[in-house]
Each structure stands twice: as C-alpha cells, then as structure tokens.
Design a protein around this ligand. Structure first.
Ligand code: GTP
Ligand code: MG
Length: 657
C-alpha cells in the first residue's frame, strides 16, 4: 500500500504564512478639516424676550435660557473670532433677523408654533457645550481634551447669535450684515440632534480597552550532560504559562476616566524553559480595576459578558497561553531522545467595551439649577460644585447619607434635565442610565421658577421618554428654595395640584438646611421598601469566570474538527479548524522531530484521508493555519532530509493538549 503524506518543501515552498491578523497596523492620521462653510446661519431663540427679563437670579430652566442669565458671563461673545466664522456680506439679513426677533418677542404664542415647526428663527444654545467654556470642570482633564470640544462647539454653537436686553445682537456692530445663506446644521423634521459630548464626559462612564493574556513560554530541547551520567537523556524544561488578565472592582473608583489614558492591558509572557529540566516562570498577571457597576461587553457586540457590582469582586477574564513542552515531556519508550519542543500558546486577546452604571440607592433628578447638588451637599459629606447657572454639574456626584449606625444610602446627583433632553439638548440624558440601578428617586423642583409645575412635568416626561422603567421607580418630590418669596408664593398651589394627582410632595430650603432631613428620610423609606438590586444579587450568585471558561473552551477545541475548502484556480486546499490552527502555532519547526509529529497528527486526525477523498493531487498547495505545504502522493518524496520512512507509525507521541 502506498503511503500518502504531506511533506514540506524544505526551502522556498515550506514557509509560514504571514497571518492576516499580524499585519502592521496602518496609522490613521486624523486631519482636522477647517470649517467647510464658515458662514453661519443666524438663529433666534424662542421666547428670548420673556426669559431675558428674568435676570441673574437663581432660576431653573426647563427650556434654553438667554445667554445673559449665566452668572459668570465668561463666555464673552466678543472673544469669539467671528471675523473668521461670519461672512459680512452686502445683504442686510442682520436687519431682517433683528426684525424677526422683535416679532418673536412680541408674539410669544406664534413663537411656540414656529419652534415646533422648526422654522429658521430659533436661537439654539446647547448647554453641554457651553459648560465646557465656562470652565467648571476639572482643568486637568481638560488639558488633553481632544477634538470633541471643537466637535462639540463648532457648528451649532458658532451659528448662534445672542441678543442682549436691548435687543442688540451681541458680537455684531450696528449696521453690519451677516451672511445667513448657510443652512447647514439645521435640523430636518424628525431628525435627532447630534450631540457634541466632550471627551471627559464621554469617558466618564464609557471606555473601550484592549486586553491580551500573556503568551506561554517556549519549551526547549536539551540533553543531560554530566560526568558519570552517560546517556543522560532529554532534559529540556517546559515554558511557563502566560499571565492572566483579571478584572477587579475597586471601591474607590467612581468613573471610567482612568481608561482615557490607559487603553491597552497586556499580561506578561511566560519564561522559556531551560536545560536541566528547568521550567519557565509564569508570566505576570494583569488586573484591570474598574468602578463598581461596570458592565463589560466584547467590542461591537450586544451580549453582556460581565457585570461587576461590588468592591472586591474579581473575574478571570482571559487565561494566559499554555507554556510549550520541552523535550523531556516528549520522552517515550519508542522515542528516548526526542528532538522536539513546542512553542508556547498565544494568549487570547479581546477589545472590550466598558459601560458604567453607577451603583447608587437614590438618584437626584430635576431641571438644571434646581438645587440638586446643594441638596446632596447638605444631606451627605459630598462636596459637589454648586453655582447659580444651569449645568454646573457635568458629571454625576456620589454621596453617602448616614442616618444611623447601620442605616446608610448612596445618593447620586445627576446633571440637570431639560425639555428635549431625549433629543440631545443639555447633558442630563447622557447620564440618566445611572439611575437604572437606583431603587428610588428624589425629584428636586425649583420653587422660585416661573412655573414649577410645568418644570416638574417636563422633567417627568423626559424620564418617561428615556426609559419607562426609570419613570416607574418610586420618587419623592422636593419643592426647593422655600426661603425665596417666589417659591413661598408658589408652594400652596403646587402642593395642592400635586396632591390632587396623588403625589406626595415635600418643601425644603436646601441652602438653609430646612426640610432636607424629611426629604432624605422619605427617600430612605422608599429605598427600604424597594431595595431591588441587593436582594436580586443575593438570590443568584454569579459565576464571574465564565468568560475565561468560554475562551478556554474555544482554545481547547478538538483537533478533529476542521473544514476543508478548495480553490480550484490556484489548486489550493485550506484546512481550517481552531484546534489545528493552535497546533500549527505551537509547532516549533526548528526541531527535526516537529515535522514528523506534525505528519502524524495530520494523519491521526483525518486531514490526509479527507484530502484524498476530496481529490487532492500531486503538487497541490495545502494550507493549515499559518503553514503552507505541497502535497506529495508518495512518502519517499518527502522534503525532509532525515525523514525516516514509516517512523510515524512506530513512534508514540504524547497526546496533543
Ligand atoms: N435661595 C436658595 N437658593 C438655592 C437653594 N438651593 C439651591 N440654591 C441655589 O441654586 C443655585 C443652583 O444650585 P445647584 O445645587 O448648583 O443646582 P443644581 O440643580 O445642582 O444645578 P445643575 O448642576 O446645574 O443642574 C445655587 O446658586 C444655589 O445656591 C435654596 O434652597 N434656596
Ligand atoms: Mg448640580
């Protein structure tokens, strides 16, 4: 019977293929293009006149307020380089706009209609972007902020032109005209507003990281040579295992911001084996620390891999690659001097998407400037930034409220919610998902605003639009700023109308610390009644190492499972199977016996038989993993110089694992 085998072409024809995945990465260069159309559309804000009369007193906004209401007016319109952004043309459109604004202020009802229709006369101000320029967040983080600020502030913001109390257009001299021909940035009906969320805010609760477990160390071929020990035998040690990648919950973290700077996490590779039967040391493990409440997904996939909630929880994410065996491990009765050792297995790698949903018991929601941060600062030891302008809070703040020795609750203060937040106005919507894990909410209403009930309804509507689940959570309404006469006046009617709707409402003055204890106690009461998260967790303990188990299962896939495809134009046969691929990767072709073992494995797992069945011919190319070979019908045509005929039948190789 003719022996049929695949043999290697010793020189040019037997060459490891360059794996597709190892292509050198092409460095992407982002070129920031100049504003394609420097002219800007002039938009007039609805209700400009009405709101501009409010002045600089503390007030909440359920709508976009006039620019001059910002108390530190650091965003000086004169600081914009309008010269480069606005084309002065011969047309007298500015006058038209002024006229339009006059009409708008005199006919408020019409304005409302216009706004709904999305007519040209809307001055659109995006607070999220404003806040960046107000300089209220951490300047350290700001330093290295990328284009997203520009992104966030480029078109829409510079398109906005502001009007002062006298109806003058800020940033323009009288008589100047503005080119309004540009329609770019105008929202089509039904279109969702593009958000320009600055990087620091994007990175607060989202991150994309790369994790790679360490490769295993290589095994070596060595012989024991010692005085008085003739024929010492093989003594090549095994390579060490690659380092593992773990993910651990760090209780002191409350954001994913550290991942802005460190994206790649690679565990160490195992040491190579040495002579005298010395095995290599294992690679160094890597621990990725995340904030409590982090959800882990594989990049681009919906399925949640891990949910890490409690400080101290640790999950084995990626197991390190196995170390390659040295020649001492290949010793057998039929092969007493094996000249073979394996490469270490490559460690698995993965791009991961992290998403943080803060683990808080209570979430404080409300319109911007309602006094949410003030309330948190009063009921807990947290010290959030408090100021008299909307969107002081850019990122959620956490505080611990202690009532007693063992009764505490974690409260999260979130950025304010505006009407239209679900369409991208303001910031609040970005962070609403942090209330998903809360058991109850505190809804702070600014009592001194013109229509507290309207403000309350607007925020409730936004909650419902974001997620009905959040809207269904029990809540406490806290009518704030009772020390102000306006609030004091509004309180009876507000209370009456909410109670008529069956909603319990508390009044308080956060600044004077009056009534705040009642609010937090009521919230605690709700919490005790609805403690969802913990109870759920206590019921079903989760297996945190299942990702590693899944990866390991993929890695140890059987070598017998493969698929063969044929490309008739090039006479190439592709043998694809993860077990075989790993086997090829771990085969160290430098050692003479490796080829023989390879032949044996192909024979044993049925690759050769299947190829013959499918009609492989002399001289065809066979590709297995990264290895390209030429098929020869007879064994004696082998390219190996020291290939012993029939040796594959007699040598007993240790089991592939
Ligand atoms: N008079 C009065 N002012 C208050 C009271 N509570 C808060 N304020 C003021 O209202 C302004 C806004 O307070 P913040 O606590 O920053 O409001 P916020 O809801 O956190 O605002 P954002 O973070 O911007 O959404 C500040 O100037 C506070 O001093 C109150 O009870 N009485
Ligand atoms: Mg705040």
């Amino acid at each position: 019977m003719a022996t049929i085998s695949i043999s290697f072409c010793p020189y040019a024809m037997a060459r490891p293929r360059v794996p597709q995945t190892r292509k050198p990465p092409v460095k992407k260069q982002t070129v920031r293009s100049p504003n394609p159309n420097p002219s800007h559309k002039l938009k007039a804000r609805t209700g400009a006149k009405q709101l501009s009369s409010i002045g600089v007193e503390a007030t909440t906004y359920t709508r976009l307020p006039p620019r001059e209401d910002f108390s530190p007016p650091s965003l000086d319109s004169s600081s914009f380089e309008f010269s480069s952004e606005v084309k002065l043309s011969e047309s007298n459109v500015a006058l038209k706009v002024e006229k339009e604004i006059d009409n708008l202020s005199s006919e408020e009802e019409e304005e409302e209609e216009e706004e709904e229709k999305g007519l040209d006369g809307n001055l659109v101000v995006n607070y999220g972007q404003f806040e960046v320029f107000e300089g209220t967040y951490d300047s350290e983080l700001d330093e290295e902020d990328d284009d997203s600020f520009i992104e966030g502030f480029s078109d829409d913001e510079l398109e906005s032109v502001y009007q002062n109390d006298d109806g003058e257009l800020l940033g323009f001299k009288e008589g100047e005209t503005v080119n309004l021909s540009d329609n770019e940035g105008k929202l089509e009906e039904g279109e969702v507003k593009e958000k320009g969320v600055p990087a620091v805010m994007r990175c607060f609760d989202r991150a994309k990281i790369f994790a790679k477990a360490g490769d295993g160390g290589n095994g070596v071929v060595a012989m024991r040579r010692e005085k008085f020990v003739p024929l010492g035998g093989p003594s090549g040690g095994d390579g060490g295992r690659g380092g593992n990648v773990y993910m651990e919950v760090d209780g002191s973290m409350n954001s994913l911001l550290p991942f802005r700077n460190s994206v790649h996490f690679r565990a160490g590779r195992g040491d190579h084996g040495r002579g005298q039967s010395q095995n290599g040391a294992k690679g160094e493990d890597v621990v990725i620390k995340v904030a409590p409440g982090t959800v882990v997904r594989e990049a681009g996939k919906e399925e949640v891999l891990l949910e890490l909630l409690h400080p101290g929880q640790r999950a084995l994410l990626l197991p390190g690659g196995r170390g390659g065996r040295g020649n001492a491990s290949f010793k057998s009765g039929t092969n007493k001097v094996p000249r073979i050792a394996e490469n270490g297995a490559e460690g698995p790698e993965m791009w991961l998407e992290l998403e943080l949903k803060l683990v808080a018991d209570i979430g404080i929601v409300g319109a911007p400037n309602a006094g949410k941060s003030t309330l948190l600062s009063v009921i807990s030891a947290a010290q959030p930034t408090i100021a008299n302008y909307p969107f002081t809070t850019l990122l959620p703040n956490l505080g611990v409220v202690s009532f007693d020795y063992d009764s505490t609750m974690v409260v999260a203060d979130l950025p304010g919610l505006l009407e239209g937040a679900h369409r991208g106005f303001g910031l609040g919507h970005e962070f609403l998902r942090h209330t998903e894990r809360c058991s109850a909410l505190i809804h702070v209403v600014d009592g001194s605003s013109q229509q507290p009930e309207f403000e309350f309804d607007a925020v409730r509507l936004e909650l419902e639009l974001f997620s009905p689940e959040i809207a269904e959570k029990p809540y406490v309404v806290a009518f704030n700023k009772m020390d102000l006469p306006d609030a004091y006046e509004n309180w009876p009617s507000f209370k009456e109308s909410l109670e008529a709707r069956g909603i319990e409402v508390f009044c308080m003055s956060a600044v004077k610390r009056e009534g705040t204890h009642e609010v937090s106690s009521a919230a605690y009461q709700l919490l005790r009644e609805n403690k969802i998260a913990e109870d759920k967790l206590a019921e079903d303990p989760v297996n945190l190492n299942h990702v590693a188990e899944m990866v390991q299962k993929q890695q140890t896939a059987s070598i017998n499972e493969f698929e063969i495809t044929h490309d008739s134009t090039t006479n190439t046969w592709h043998v694809v199977g993860s077990g075989l691929q790993r086997f090829v990767q771990m085969t160290n072709w430098r050692y003479v016996d490796s080829g023989r073992r390879f032949q044996h494995v192909l024979e044993a797992c049925g690759v050769n038989k299947s190829l013959i069945k499918l009609g492989v011919k002399e001289g065809d190319t066979v590709i297995v993993g990264d290895m390209e070979m030429i098929w020869h019908d007879a064994a004696d045509t082998s390219g190996f110089s020291n290939f012993r005929k029939g040796s594959t039948e007699t040598t007993k190789w240790p089991q592939w694992k």
